[in-house]
Design a protein around this ligand. Sequence first.
Ligand SMILES: [Zn+2]
Length: 81
Amino acid sequence: MNCRDYVDFLMAYVNDELPPDQAVAFRQHISDCPPCIHYLETYRETLELEKQAYAEQETLFEEAPEKLVKAILAARGEDKI
Ligand SMILES: [Zn+2]
């Protein structure tokens, strides 16, 4: 197998979905292959950034309804009930 093949395993490896024998082969290759190590690190960083982006989006979505409700109530003049 070459580096291209291992790149296909990368996502499964990061997600802990790789069968044990393939995970061992992947780790053996990656321990001695700087380009693949770099790729793995870049991939993990990308995942982290994506997680942070989603977390920020969820925060925005959580805040939006309350503001929207207040705006609607204010527009109706019913915010002091
Ligand atoms: Zn490699």
